[in-house]
Design a protein around this ligand. Structure first.
Ligand SMILES: Nc1ncnc2c1ncn2[C@@H]1O[C@H](COP(=O)(O)OP(=O)(O)OP(=O)(O)O)[C@@H](O)[C@H]1O
Length: 273
C-alpha cells in the first residue's frame, strides 16, 4: 500500500515583489502521517516555504500539492493549520485565549461566525490537549512565551487540519515545555496528521522528526532524517557556524542550539568544542 503524500513541493520558485527570489526550484515531499523538520539559517527561506504551502505567496513556477490537492483547494477545504512565529503576532490585541482557539473553527462556521456547541466543545478539547484550560479566560498578551505557543497549537488542533505547519515552536520555550510539545506532535502524528516544523533547535530533530528538509534558498537535501540529517548536509547548510555535539550511541551531530538536548536515551549528550 502506498502512503498518500501529505505535502508535495515540486520545483517551486518564489520571487517577492521587490524582485528578491527567496526560494528557487525547491523540491521535496513529506509523506502523510509523519513529522518533518525544516532547517536552515536565518533568511534561508523557511517562512517563505510555509507561505507558499499555505497559498499566501504566488509561485513564480512549480507546484505544491497538499493531501493530493492544490494549495487553493487545500485553503478552501481548511486542510492546513499554521502555528506562527511569536514575532508575527500582535500580542497587544485584546483577545481571550479561548477566542484565539475558536479562530481555528472559523473555517467551518458560516459567514456570521456564530459558534455552536460543537465548536465550543472542540475549543475545550484542544485546550485540554495543550494543558491550558485554566487559562481560557485570560488575555493572550498576559501569557508567557511557552503558554502562547501552546494556545496557537490548540488553535491548530481545533482547526482539525490534516497538515500542520509550525514556525519555530521551540524558540523561547523551556526544555519541559518543548518536551510536552514534542509529545503532543507525536500524538498528532499517530492520528495521521502531517507536520512540518521549522526549528533552530537541531538537538531534538533526530529525536522526533521522521523526515528532514534542509533549505538554503533552495532545498539542499530532503528525506528520512536518518540519512538526511547528516554532518555533511548540515555543514553545507550552515557553513561551519554550528557547534559539534556527541550523543552517546548516536555518534556526532552538529547544532546551532545552545540548550541541552532532550534525549530519549538515558545517556546524556556530551558537547565537544
Ligand atoms: N515580503 C518579503 N519581500 C521581500 N523579501 C522577503 C520578504 N519576506 C522575506 N524576504 C526575504 O526572503 C528571504 C527568505 O526569508 P524567510 O523569511 O523565508 O527566511 P527564514 O528562513 O524563515 O528566516 P528566519 O529563520 O530568520 O525566520 C530573506 O532574504 C528575506 O529577507
Amino acid at each position: 500500500m502506498t502512503i498518500p503524500a501529505g505535502i508535495v513541493v515540486n520545483d517551486v520558485t518564489v520571487t517577492y515583489r521587490n524582485g528578491h527570489t527567496a526560494l528557487r526550484d525547491a523540491t521535496f515531499s513529506v509523506p502523510g502521517g509523519s513529522i518533518a523538520a525544516l532547517v536552515g539559517v536565518n533568511g534561508s527561506g523557511k517562512s517563505t516555504l510555509f507561505k507558499a504551502i499555505m497559498g499566501f505567496v504566488r509561485l513564480a513556477s512549480g507546484e505544491i500539492a497538499i493531501q493530493g490537492v492544490s494549495t487553493k483547494r487545500a485553503l478552501q477545504q481548511n486542510l492546513v493549520a499554521y502555528v506562527p512565529q511569536s514575532e508575527e503576532v500582535d500580542w497587544s490585541f485584546p483577545v481571550l485565549v479561548e477566542d484565539v482557539v475558536m479562530m481555528g473553527c472559523y473555517g467551518r462556521m458560516g459567514f456570521m461566525r456564530i459558534a455552536r456547541e460543537r465548536d465550543r466543545q472542540r475549543v475545550t478539547e484542544a485546550l485540554e490537549r495543550v494543558d491550558m484550560v485554566e487559562y481560557r479566560h485570560r488575555q493572550i498578551g498576559e501569557l508567557s512565551g511557552g503558554q502562547k505557543k501552546r494556545v496557537f497549537l490548540a488553535r491548530a488542533i481545533a482547526q482539525q487540519g490534516q497538515v500542520i505547519l509550525l514556525d519555530e515552536p521551540f524558540t523561547g520555550v523551556d526544555v519541559n515545555t518543548e518536551a510536552k510539545i514534542i509529545s503532543l506532535l507525536r500524538e498528532l502524528r499517530d492520528e495521521g496528521k502531517t507536520m512540518l516544523v521549522s526549528t533552530h533547535n537541531l538537538g531534538s530533530v533526530s529525536e522526533f522528526c521522521d523526515y528532514t528538509v534542509i533549505v538554503k534558498g533552495t532545498v539542499l537535501a530532503s528525506g528520512l532524517t536518518a540519512t538526511t540529517f547528516t554532518a555533511e548536509n548540515l555543514e553545507r547548510a550552515f557553513s561551519g557556524v554550528l557547534r559539534h555535539v556527541v550523543i552517546s550511541g548516536a555518534g556526532e551531530v552538529i547544532t546551532d542550539d545552545e540548550r541541552p538536548f532532550i534525549s530519549c536515551s538515558s545517556a546524556p549528550a556530551k558537547q565537544v568544542p
